[in-house]
Write a protein that binds this ligand. Structure first.
Ligand SMILES: NC(=O)C1=CN([C@@H]2O[C@H](COP(=O)(O)OP(=O)(O)OC[C@H]3O[C@@H](n4cnc5c(N)ncnc54)[C@H](O)[C@@H]3O)[C@@H](O)[C@H]2O)[C@@H](O)CC1
Ligand SMILES: Nc1ncnc2c1ncn2[C@@H]1O[C@H](COP(=O)(O)OP(=O)(O)O)[C@@H](O)[C@H]1O
Length: 496
């Protein structure tokens, strides 16, 4: 897991690295600039392009000057350097790089106020105005300059973080900072890059290593952890010789209705393909033929008027919700399951019924896993104006109720009882299609059946679900939920 840090912690890491590693502050800046340029050149290999580099007077601006130098040395001749002179203060390393520039043949333009900028002709802009030192929203000249740059509608590469973008905390809906095409950031992604509102500031981000002390970073106190493939490899348990279906547990999937049998089929299919020893689907009578013809391995448990699961202890995992439909009988079934006090996976309509019965939320069995998307989450725990606040609620609820909450999105946040938030990096827009969440629910149930702890089952399921989608999307614009389900065993095999 990569520990993710706030700007203040990142600053302490810079200081620690400079104090404890044989590297001076100015050399660290040079390293950062080199790492940026390497990544930039992979995208922009045409050295005849016009590039405008805007440099503030802090360390972000210092990076900008070092980047300008490196590009000029790489044969990029059409570079214009703008020094944004809106403040009397300047950082020491900025001053060193500025002196180097003053002593060279390279020219610069000083901008003393936003209005100084007129008729810029450029193909590309590099934004090094303000970085992680941002301590308040942009106002006056900074706001005007950024507005001007955004209006140019050019491809903007941001250094470390787009000017005006808060690296953590609430992202204002009236965000007035730089709108970048790509942000190349140093050592760790900013926490806020994982929130949907970050699309206001950058289309994508890439992280480049600059040699900051990894041990120091990993040992910082943080709630945020980015899941890595190596974590998944370590967590997966191989299937053993002499094992049999009983070894891998029995999962019960309570799902489907007359017009939504597909949801039950998708969840059951992914449960099967993720390796549960036995999968039982509790479905309406009307779905029996569909189940028996499409998934002969799955056992059917007809559900009409069914209000209580007999002997729930015989299942190592119980998931409820996909395509279930809302009814009094289903609400009773959910209530009885909650009173049985066995951990549950709760999705879709079961979440919606839960939001109508707040009394049941407090009684959820410990280690249950809730898988809401944004709307389901807000129905359960109240409206939220932004994702930062929504995630804070999810974190608190996971701790209070001792459950796992998977807040689904491009980057799904997995909040666990210990107060940690795991961020899943896999998944892509080709997966934005109905049924994808049903598949996820089946995968979680299968890992639980195989006796993975709730937190591990949630992390594994989310990562592998997204990874399967990523691999399928390499040559497709859209991947269907059943394609993802079928890809799961291949993905697990590769990861092992
Ligand atoms: N050794 C280091 O510290 C390293 C730092 N690096 C770079 O340094 C950056 C951080 O540099 P700094 O801490 O100097 O900060 P910045 O360069 O982001 O900002 C510097 C100044 O801007 C002012 N400021 C903040 N918000 C403002 C606002 N809304 N309006 C007007 N002024 C505002 C601050 O008071 C500060 O004086 C990183 O983003 C990264 O680019 C990299 O060079 C890697 C190494
Ligand atoms: N753009 C995307 N990037 C990554 N994952 C996505 C994207 N769109 C959808 N997904 C994943 O697909 C699933 C969708 O779940 P959900 O909205 O409950 O779907 P449904 O109810 O149709 O089954 C989630 O796991 C989500 O993370």
């Amino acid at each position: 897991m990569q520990t993710l840090l706030t700007s203040a912690q990142m600053r302490r890491t810079d200081e620690f690295t400079i104090a404890n590693k044989p590297i001076a502050s100015i050399d660290l800046m040079e390293k950062a600039a080199r790492a940026f340029v390497q990544s930039f050149l992979r995208d922009e290999f045409d050295s005849t392009k016009n590039i405008a580099i805007f440099c503030g007077k802090g360390n972000n601006g210092g990076d900008g000057l070092a980047i300008a130098y490196l590009l000029l040395h790489n044969g990029y001749e059409n570079i214009k350097i703008y020094i944004v002179n809106f403040s009397d203060k300047q950082s020491d390393d900025f001053a060193i790089n500025r002196q180097r520039l003053d002593e060279s043949r390279y020219r610069k333009t000083i901008i003393n106020k936003a209005a100084d900028l007129k008729n810029i002709k450029t193909d590309i802009i590099i934004d090094a105005i303000l970085g992680s030192g941002l301590n308040k929203p942009l106002t006056s000249d900074y706001a005007d300059l950024v507005k001007y740059i955004n209006k140019l509608n050019k491809k903007v590469y941001a250094v470390d973080v787009p000017t005006g973008f808060p690296a953590e905390g609430e992202i204002p809906s009236d965000y007035n900072g730089i709108k970048a095409y790509k942000t190349i950031c140093f050592q760790r992604p900013k926490i806020n890059f994982f929130f949907p509102e970050s699309a206001l500031a950058t289309e994508k981000h890439e992280v480049v290593a600059i040699g900051l002390d990894e041990n120091f970073i990993q040992n910082q106190d943080s709630d945020f952890f980015l899941i890595e493939e190596s974590d998944i490899r370590h967590m997966l348990k191989p299937r053993k010789l002499f094992s049999h279906k009983g070894t891998y547990g029995h999962a019960l999937i309570i799902a489907g209705n007359t017009n939504t049998m597909g949801a039950a089929l998708l969840s059951s299919m992914s449960c099967l393909y993720t390796g549960a020893g036995l999968t039982t689907a509790c479905i309406p009578q009307s779905g029996l033929i569909a189940l028996n013809t499409t998934l002969p391995e799955v056992i059917a448990l007809p559900r009409d008027e069914y209000r209580k699961v007999d002997n729930p202890a015989k299942y190592q995992a119980i998931a409820i919700g996909p395509g279930l439909g809302l009814s009094a009988a289903h609400e009773k079934l959910l209530e009885n399951l909650i009173f049985d006090n066995q951990p549950l996976v709760i999705d879709a309509d079961a979440l919606n019924m839960l939001s109508e019965r707040p009394d049941l939320i407090d009684k959820l069995p410990e280690n249950s896993i809730l898988t809401p998307h944004m709307k389901e989450f807000d129905r359960l725990f109240g409206e939220h104006q932004n994702w930062w606040d929504r995630l804070q609620t999810a974190k608190v609820k996971a701790q209070q109720l001792k459950i796992v909450i998977m807040l689904k999105n491009q980057f799904t946040f997995i909040c666990v009882p210990k107060g940690r938030i795991y961020i899943n990096p896999t998944g892509n827009p080709a997966m934005a299609q109905g049924g994808m969440g049903d598949v996820l629910t089946g995968i979680i149930a299968a890992f639980l059946a195989q006796k993975y702890a709730s937190t591990d089952a949630a992390i594994l399921a989310c990562y592998i679900h997204g990874k399967a989608g990523d691999n399928l999307a390499m040559d497709k614009i859209v991947v269907s939920a059943s394609q993802v389900a079928k890809q799961i065993p291949v993905e697990i095999k590769h990861l092992m």
